[in-house]
Design a protein around this ligand. Structure first.
Ligand SMILES: Cc1ncc(COP(=O)(O)O)c(C=O)c1O
Length: 337
């Protein structure tokens, strides 16, 4: 993995080497942080980098922060503006992954959420595929159960709860699988370690409801819209039994990281034909066109980084004064590094 050159940290874009925290940091010790994961997609024809659905990601990020009682000094717009500034500094002309993080930054001992000060960082780095075989994932049903809403709310992207995901993923890989499917305490299907799951059977796509301890994926929502509107499927959000997976015609994981990956075997059983099926194949093609800004109807989901200066108009709260005295930005940012 290539490290970033810069980070948005303490309200400004700084060299990555300056974005450091001490080992006593609360978020590092107790997992009291929340994060987001976005992707930037390079569109070569337009020489443009498109960030996919940044507002939705930042909305969920701020909601996750609220679950941890964090009062962040940023709105969705401020975060989108900070991200744009960061990406324009990095000048990526390739696909990248974006990681916003809010964490309790106090260097102090004591498990709590009160009386602490959060900080926000954002980094972006070049990134390709999350799994090597997006066209044929072999998953296992994990023996680890999903964290429950009354333990650590899974609808928040809370750093500490990813230990649950890491346990499931690591054991799946150690057992020779690519990914884990995690069940709730009552045995119903929740999701994968870092992705949502869809099954397709008889022209109906089903995915677990938001009350089954899933992270409400932006890709899940995107995919549900595309399946309904463009591929003519019925999409149902309902509880899923484990054995429904084994008998599905097709199955796939979706998420910003994994994008859309065909699940072709689960627990050594073939799903449908045991190969990527027609729905997942069509959906993948459509999705990759959509995220790169190539489908006019969904263009509003893609936020251009280099075109237009309007996203820059909003100064960040603690940088307003500093920016007022800065010279106009270099209009030549489009040029390669
Ligand atoms: C546990 C979990 N579920 C689902 C997802 C998919 O969410 P999104 O589509 O918003 O990336 C993620 C993404 O990282 C995740 O960590």
């Amino acid at each position: 993995m290539t490290l970033p050159h810069h980070a948005f940290f303490r309200g400004r874009v700084v060299p990555y080497s300056e974005a450091r925290v001490g080992v006593m940091t609360h978020g590092l010790n107790y997992g009291t942080g929340v994060f987001a994961g976005l992707r930037g997609y390079w569109n070569d024809e337009e020489q443009e980098l498109f960030v996919f659905r940044p507002r939705e990601h930042f909305r969920r990020f701020l909601e996750s922060a609220r679950l941890l009682r964090m009062e962040l000094p940023y709105s969705e717009e401020h975060l989108a503006s900070a991200l744009n500034e960061l990406l324009r500094t990095e000048l990526y002309r390739e696909d990248c992954y974006i990681r916003p993080l809010a964490f309790y930054a106090d260097e102090t001992i004591g498990v709590r959420l009160h009386g602490l000060t959060p900080e926000v960082s954002i980094v972006a780095f070049p990134y390709g595929s999350y799994v090597s075989n997006e066209e044929g994932v072999h998953a296992m049903v994990s023996s680890w159960r999903r964290v429950d809403d009354n333990a650590i709310p899974a609808r928040g992207k809370i750093a500490g709860s990813y230990v649950n995901s890491a346990l499931a993923k690591a054991d799946a890989v150690a057992a020779g699988f690519d990914e884990a499917i995690v069940l709730n305490q009552d045995g119903h299907v929740s999701e994968a370690s870092a992705a949502n799951l869809f099954l397709v059977k008889n022209g109906v796509a089903v995915t677990a409801p938001t009350t089954d301890n899933i992270l409400e994926g932006i890709t899940r929502r995107t995919v549900a819209d595309l399946l309904r509107r463009e591929l003519g499927l019925t999409v149902a959000e309902r509880r899923i039994d484990r054995s429904e997976i084994y008998l599905a015609d097709e199955a796939f994981f979706c998420g910003t990281g994994i994008q859309i990956a065909a699940v072709t075997r689960v627990d050594h059983r073939p799903i449908g034909s045991g190969r990527m099926g027609p729905t997942v194949s069509a959906l993948r093609k459509l999705y990759f066109d959509v995220v790169r800004g190539r489908v006019a109807a969904y263009r509003t989901w893609c936020s251009p980084v280099y075109a237009g200066d309007k996203d820059f108009a909003l100064p960040l709260p603690d940088r307003a004064e500093e920016q007022a005295s800065e010279p106009a930005r270099n209009p030549g940012l489009r040029l390669a590094r």
